[in-house]
Design a protein around this ligand. Sequence first.
Ligand code: ADP
Ligand code: MG
Length: 648
Amino acid sequence: MTAQTEKHSFEAEVQQVLSLVIHSLYTNREIFLRELISNASDALDKLRFESLTDASLVEEGETLGVALEVDATTHVLRVADNGIGMDREELTKNLGTIASSGTRRFLEASADDGKGDERPDLIGQFGVGFYSAFMVAEEVVVETRRAGSDEGWRWSSKGDGSYEIEPVEGLARGTVVSLHLREASEGEDGDGPRKFLEEFTLREVVRKYSDFVEYPIQMEIERNEPKLDDEGKPVEGETVTETKLETLNSQKPLWSRPKSEITDEEHAEFYRHLTHDWNEPFGNLHFSAEGSLEYTALLYLPKQPPFDQFDPSNRESNVSLYVRRVLIQRECTELLPSWLRFVRGVVECSDLPLNVSRETLQDDPRLGQIRKRLVKKVIDELGSLLGKDREAYSGFWEGFGQVIKEGIWSGDDSDGRIAGVCLFASSNGEAPTTLEEYVGRMAEGQETIHVLTGADRITVEASPLLDAVLARGEEVIYLIDPVDEWMLQRLTEFDGKKIIPLDRADSTEDDDAREKREELQKEHEGLLGALKDPLEEDIEEVRFTSRLKDSPAVLVAAEGGISGHMERMLKRSGQEVPPQKRVLELNPDHDLVKSLTKLYGVDQKSPRIAEAAEVLHGQALLAEGGSPKDPKRFGQLVTDLLLNSVKG
Ligand code: ADP
Ligand code: MG
């Protein structure tokens, strides 16, 4: 400690991670090296990018890379890089708080079942970033100097709740992480963490997890070579020790290798490196385009959605853009539309200039061209995954379907290809269906695709609007995701068949039926008017319908109006909705409606008619998942009705 040493406490969440890491008897702890190398590689990417605009940051002829150094006597393993480094502020922020979303997820997952301490396996899956160093080290020291600054800093911690920071002189640019490896504790095999001082072990681990890192990961290797005499012949029984710098990884970016040679494990490791996600990818697509614009793309579809998938501030796409091996932009938003923000990966284009900036990228027509192709390829891939393994695709769809449907809503689906890979709940059973399958099952004479929106399956299934359609043996698609109402504004047909929401006025009525209905309405004009009077504020029209079977009444949207479901969603999200007058449709064949007709015939002024109107309206609201306008009055009316019927 010097006079300038400052002691800080870790953010509470960091301490939580550290104690999980330290107290887990973890067998797969080698992943700490993957995490540190991945951080070094990120730091080198950042330096290479900054040096595009400030050439003075890197010396001519300098090799950017990672070095592993071993000190067997003090049991220290160092992971050094000559990357971007960190200044004081970055050091405190990055290593004192939880920067990585992967780590945050790890915390959430281990808190989920309250058994974090007993679930050390999670650490291997998530990779808790920098903090995984404490799985093997009793003390971690980070010495770092940021590119462009001449102040160096030493950060150190024993993982016991606090860390120290002090200035140091004479550091090279970049970061050296020194791990003081723990002794094997009781019950641990062999050397415990100190096996990471062995060349063999380090070589294995680097090859396993970090082979594709583009920068050389080097290590000085000592070899006993036979001693040579003046003529170059080995001298019997004598050796000399030689030290050679060896590169442990093949350094070939995965996307530049032939598709057929890449194993699933390599994809999984590269995907983890890229995304810090702990799962394997759900699928990948890898292709090159040749011709006027040459590029290679390696894209991954994740298995599980990130927790912030719908965070409005984080809706941009996420693919990295490389130009001739240089990472230009980690999250290049021009390469994919927002609704494909879950796709991760890399596009490398050799035809773009190295000095492209964010601004010029935005208007570069070449990126637009790449984007179009990528979108098409991703949809094709979704289609083929859908065809290959329905169950796996359904799982994927549960996580990402809502986002993919944003693509339809955003207007990117003029050819219906996105709609083709969507899965929907339907009256056909529990398993979701595609539109194509729906069309294949359409009944004879059924001309349109029926859909109904609602808050959830139970609400939709309870809708009186299904009565007649289901009775005819026709199927209805249940649209129960919040995005569906918006999607419907664009999704108006599929495979030449119109898609018709059941809760819009007259959506299923043909000319014949209309004529009959209008005749009947004329006959009962008086009753319909009397029913409408008390509902004047909310109802544009009370009329008959032929689409009900067991229910007396239902609410539908007036021509050009929005559905009740949409109205409720908008209100819940705090938006102003202009008052919507709806249409109350009555089932002329229902006993209740028939009785009302009779009652009106003998006593036009009966107060029971207005009461019935109110109760029918309230019931119709309940049936669609809404609530009566004045619940107290509705309750009172129902109680009075009950009372009358109980009294007999
Ligand atoms: P993640 O890599 O997922 O962001 P980590 O816990 O691995 O999370 O690292 C936290 C942060 O610390 C990194 O985002 C980076 O800003 C910083 N960092 C870690 N190692 C280095 C390094 N070798 N050089 C520069 N910055 C680093
Ligand atoms: Mg990391």
